[in-house]
Design a protein around this ligand. Structure first.
Ligand code: AMP
Ligand code: ZN
Length: 113
């Protein structure tokens, strides 16, 4: 738990969230400002600042998160979806705790803006 980290507080249950899935390693919850009809986030419970902070000591949780993304998306009946992680200010990262956006339910453009 890192002080002053919003997603650490959500992972600890100190700030409420609309949970989709939870286990001992990660939490999935709906984004407060959805950018698609379905938009949830998957975070590790342990604080990692972004993809740039993934290393050989903590990368197992990333593989686990992708299993969870596949599982939850299947459970929600999503046939097509996009997984996004923003790293750094220029890419649009606003919360500095690793998270993967899962967006679905509308046509999407490529490349992303
Ligand atoms: P990013 O801009 O990639 O760092 O993504 C952060 C995401 O967190 C944004 O899509 C926000 O809408 C979302 N967000 C911020 N606060 C909350 C919250 N309390 N509950 C759920 N999602 C949140
Ligand atoms: Zn954190």
């Amino acid at each position: 738990m890192t002080n002053d980290c919003l997603f650490c507080a959500i992972a600890a249950g100190e700030i409420p969230s609309k949970k989709v899935y939870e286990d001992e390693l990660c939490l999935a919850f709906y984004d407060i400002a959805p950018q698609a009809p379905v938009h949830f986030l998957v975070i590790p419970k342990a604080h990692i600042p972004s993809v740039a902070g993934v290393n050989s000591a903590n990368s197992a949780v990333v593989a686990h998160i992708f299993e969870v993304i596949a599982h939850v998306s299947r459970e929600l009946g999503l046939e097509s979806y996009r997984v996004v992680s923003n790293i750094g200010d220029q890419a649009g990262q606003t919360v500095h705790h690793l998270h993967f956006h899962v967006l679905s339910g509308r046509d999407m453009t490529w490349p992303p803006g």
